[in-house]
Design a binder for this molecule. Structure first.
Ligand code: FE2
Length: 361
């Protein structure tokens, strides 16, 4: 087994979008994140605008390029608003990069130092799936509001109860799943937690394959999907057709109270994925077992599942982008450590219904 890279946590997730000011407003008002820092023309950075938002252990950076020379303009044209970087925090950047180099990682940014009056942070980035990268951030004793170049910009969000990032899910091209699982195993030292194929992730029309890879301490979990052959277009293929390349399909945000969070987000205008008919009849016994009120679950489109450690509650939004690419998941783990078989299959079926509505089946 490959020795794991010592990653402390996901430092942040950066999205490249067409209008960072509006998306950051959405993150505050619809999701309930706090704006904490800003970097842009007013802070001496004329080429782009970035808004750092946080809540609990979740940090998002929303960036827009402002000039036509910026290569991120091409990223936007190809993918639309999309995740560009899932950045990990490490302590010893040089040690980590030496190992990454030996394991064949492709560097897009060699270790470099960025400084401001609060101190110095060292950063490197390697290529990941599609046009996405993984940055490695060593903060040292840096005590600024986010990263060097960012200035404090405190604007509280509407509190919806989000607490962190549980996992993110990646869609990759057909027959590329094994390659990307190997990437996380061989480059970062992650291991496979679960594999999904066959009847759990297929209908009589479409199918996908999926694997979950995790860091040894399970703090970083990544689900990877590829389209599978079936009579109609897989929902993973629909994503790829709009996104051009592999990319992040959804971010799963943790909450300690999914009923509170989903209620707040729904009131704020977020649309949740409708749950297939008959679902709540099938799970009413499980809902009771988990001391949950079926009507509340049904009203908020919350799915319930369990493993041998406890219950798992999840709800998914419709895409938050106009392209049917990026969406969000709310997840409350009441002990459960896995991803729940019934909910995975139900999500798959629910997305297929939406795919048909878009005329893309
Ligand atoms: Fe998920």
């Amino acid at each position: 087994m490959t020795h794991p890279i010592p990653i402390r946590r996901v430092h942040h997730v950066e999205l490249i979008v067409g209008n960072a000011r509006l998306v950051s407003f959405f993150c505050r008002k619809a999701l309930g994140l706090d704006l904490v820092a800003y970097r842009g023309p007013e802070t001496g950075n004329p080429g782009s605008a970035s808004y750092a938002l946080a809540r609990g252990d979740l940090r998002l950076v929303i960036t827009s390029p402002l000039t036509h020379e910026d290569p991120r303009v091409i990223f936007l044209a190809l993918h639309g608003d999309s995740v560009k970087d899932v950045a990990f925090e490490v302590e010893d950047l040089d040690g980590v990069c030496e190992v990454l180099e030996k394991r064949g990682a492709t560097f897009v940014q060699r270790p470099c130092a960025v400084s401001d009056s609060h101190g110095t942070v060292r950063i490197a980035s390697i290529k990941a799936f599609g046009d996405t990268v993984h940055s490695f951030v060593a903060r040292g004793g840096y005590d600024g509001p986010f990263l060097p170049g960012f200035e404090s910009r405190k604007r509280p969000g509407y509190d919806s109860g989000l607490t962190g990032l549980d996992h993110f899910t990646v869609n990759v091209e057909g027959r590329q799943l094994d390659r990307w699982v190997e990437y996380y195993e061989n480059i970062l030292g992650f291991h496979t937690q679960e594999t999904w194929e066959g009847k759990d992730v297929q209908t009589d029309r479409t199918a996908l394959h999926s694997q979950i890879v995790t860091s040894p301490d399970q703090r970083i979990r990544i689900a990877i999907n590829e389209p599978a052959v079936a009579s109609r277009r897989s929902q993973v293929q629909e994503f790829l057709d709009y996104h051009m390349t592999a990319g992040v399909q959804h971010l799963a945000l943790t909450t300690g109270d999914i009923v509170k969070t989903a209620t707040a987000m729904k009131e704020n205008g977020l649309e949740f994925l409708p749950v297939p008919e008959g679902y709540y009849d099938r799970i009413s016994a499980l809902a009771g077992q988990c001391h949950l009120d079926r009507d509340t679950l049904e009203r908020l489109n919350i799915l319930v599942d369990h493993d041998d450690k406890g219950c798992l509650l999840q709800a998914w939004t419709r895409p938050v982008t106009d392209r049917p690419t990026l969406f969000l998941e709310l997840i409350e783990r009441r002990g459960a450590e896995t991803f729940g078989g019934t909910s995975f299959k139900t999500l798959f079926e629910a997305i297929e219904v939406e795919q048909a509505r878009r005329g893309n089946l």
